[in-house]
Design a protein around this ligand. Structure first.
Ligand code: PBG
Length: 336
């Protein structure tokens, strides 16, 4: 009896290794698979013509002028990537972020060109004021340089509306003002645009990992920081409460951002909510991999799939990532 038990135990203890013996066996029992359709590719658009200006802290990423976008759209779709998210660099910044909600603003123009080039491409727009304000904060300032929530929400809703009118499929508020999701939903519905979806950057932390993005989008605050409106990194329960609030206000999808330092919250959000969960593999996470790879310290073609698979395993249905194109190329080759 004892012997039988021991034999069974031994047999079981070998079970996992037996299924790891070859790549085909491993593939057969793999629990998580990346696909190009998981990705949303972030893109920075700028005024001018024939511009492809490399972003130093994000090797491989550039700011593009609008004439470059149709080719970009075709490349993404050929790789099986269904969606992109736009960030704009305005011609002029001012205290009220005027270009954020201008009908001919840089993002509004970009949306029109992209939807014209490929109506089925899913175009998301980042809704925020920080790229458009002369002080770099995500809202407008009141007395004493404090970001005013309600005045900011009005301009944020106007920004979302102008992007939706230009043809955006999904608007994604990243400003973290209170009540913006409800205000955007109300504004879109009131304007006869009930089908435009909202992806809320619901749990967005005041993270040091946005550094390279702020170079790319020229959105570093001129003074202070974003800690009064973005979340405090140690607060997990509060993140779930932000997510619940944005869903209650009418968000269709919610995001956790950054991704890697907050995998626990992606998992908890996935377990508790029924909506699609997005995760943003942000600029600093991308820059770390690129810098280490450039030094020969990490093998990029193994690290990138490991990172993105971890984000998906944690529960993300969508991954916003600057690695999207290279990862999609590797996936294509793997199935050739
Ligand atoms: C705008 C915004 C930021 C990011 C996305 N939308 C920057 C910030 O909040 O400072 C960061 C994206 C990245 O780092 O890749 N508010």
């Amino acid at each position: 009896m004892l012997d039988t038990n021991r034999a069974t135990q031994l047999a079981l203890s070998r079970r996992h290794r037996r299924l790891r013996r070859s790549e085909t066996l491993r593939r057969m029992v793999r629990e998580t698979r990346l696909a190009a359709s998981d990705f949303v590719y972030p893109l920075f658009v700028t005024h001018g013509r024939d511009v492809r200006a490399p972003i130093a802290a994000m090797p491989g990423q550039s700011r593009l002028s609008i004439d470059q976008l149709p080719d970009e759209a075709h490349e993404l779709r050929a790789l099986g990537i269904p969606a992109l998210i736009l960030f704009g660099l305005p011609a002029r910044k001012d205290a009220r972020a005027s270009e954020a909600y201008a009908a001919d603003g840089i993002v509004q123009q970009a949306v029109r060109v992209l939807k014209d080039a490929d109506p089925d491409l899913v175009v998301l727009t980042d809704v925020c004021l920080c790229e458009y304000t002369d002080h770099g904060h995500c809202g407008v300032l009141g007395a004493g340089g404090v970001v005013e929530n309600d005045a900011s929400v009005e301009l944020i809703a106007a920004t979302a509306l102008s992007q939706a009118e230009a043809g955006a499929d999904v608007v994604a508020p990243s400003d973290m003002m209170d009540g913006r999701v409800g205000a955007i939903r109300g504004t879109l519905d009131g304007a006869g645009l009930p089908d435009v979806a909202i992806l809320a950057y619901a749990a967005k932390f005041a993270s040091a990992f946005y550094g390279p993005f702020r170079e790319a989008a020229d959105s570093t605050p001129a003074f202070g920081d974003r800690r009064s409106y973005q979340m405090d990194p140690p607060n997990g329960r509060e993140a779930l409460s932000e997510i619940a609030q944005d869903l209650a206000e009418g968000a269709d999808m919610v995001m956790v951002k950054p991704a890697l330092p907050y995998l626990d919250l992606i998992r908890q959000a996935r377990d508790r909510m029924d909506c699609p969960i997005a995760a943003y593999n942000v600029s600093g996470e991308y820059a770390m991999v690129k810098a280490a790879a450039a030094n020969g310290w990490l093998e990029e073609n193994r690290v990138v799939p490991e990172v993105l698979t971890a984000i998906k395993r944690a529960g993300a249905d969508l991954i916003l990532t600057y690695h999207a194109k290279e990862m999609a190329r590797w996936l294509q080759r793997a199935t050739d």
